[in-house]
Design a protein around this ligand. Structure first.
Ligand SMILES: [Zn+2]
Length: 170
């Protein structure tokens, strides 16, 4: 129960942040967070108990509890097939194999999502560091983080957890 309360607190706090930032009106990240609120489908607003029934324990730990899988342990970091990576919870299309690159981190890495609206982002200040969290805009599932040390053309590195993704081969 304590983790559920913490989650509720974290979620309401991040809403506050998103709205606070949107009033300032200058941060593209705040805009993306608002897109998430608008597009988050009612069908995918579920309780922790419901998610536990739908997801495997490994998926739940990352997607709902914002965990991180061990590097080189996931299914997709070394996947070189052509296709689309979808959300492991709601199957929304997130990334294409076209923007996947070898980051050497042991996590599937992309320099861009399929479209800017394909993912939502939020500031993450946990673990005493400032990072940008990447979430599924439809179900709110935690996917990973985005960093500014990626390759051209965007210079971004979307560092994802394999367990948050599923792959549809083309
Ligand atoms: Zn999703």
């Amino acid at each position: 129960m304590r983790s559920a309360a913490a989650l509720i607190f974290a979620v309401s706090f991040s809403f506050l942040c998103a709205f606070g930032k949107s009033e300032a009106g200058d941060k593209p990240k705040a805009k993306m967070a608002l897109i998430k609120e608008k597009t988050m489908n009612e069908r995918w607003k579920k309780s922790d108990a419901e998610w536990k029934k739908i997801l495997s324990p490994e998926q739940y730990k990352v997607l709902r509890d914002k965990g991180t899988e061990r590097a080189f342990s996931g299914k997709w970091w070394d996947n070189h097939e052509k296709g689309i990576y979808v959300c492991g919870a709601c199957r929304l299309e997130l990334f294409s194999s076209e923007t996947k690159f070898e980051s050497g981190t042991g996590w599937p890495s992309f320099w861009a999502p399929i479209a800017s609206s394909s993912v939502a982002t939020e500031e993450d200040n946990s673990f005493f560091s400032k990072r940008t969290e990447v979430l599924c805009p439809r179900c709110g599932g935690h996917l990973g983080h985005v960093f500014n040390d990626g390759p051209k053309p965007t210079g971004l590195r979307y560092c994802m957890n394999s367990v948050s993704l599923d792959f549809e081969k083309k």
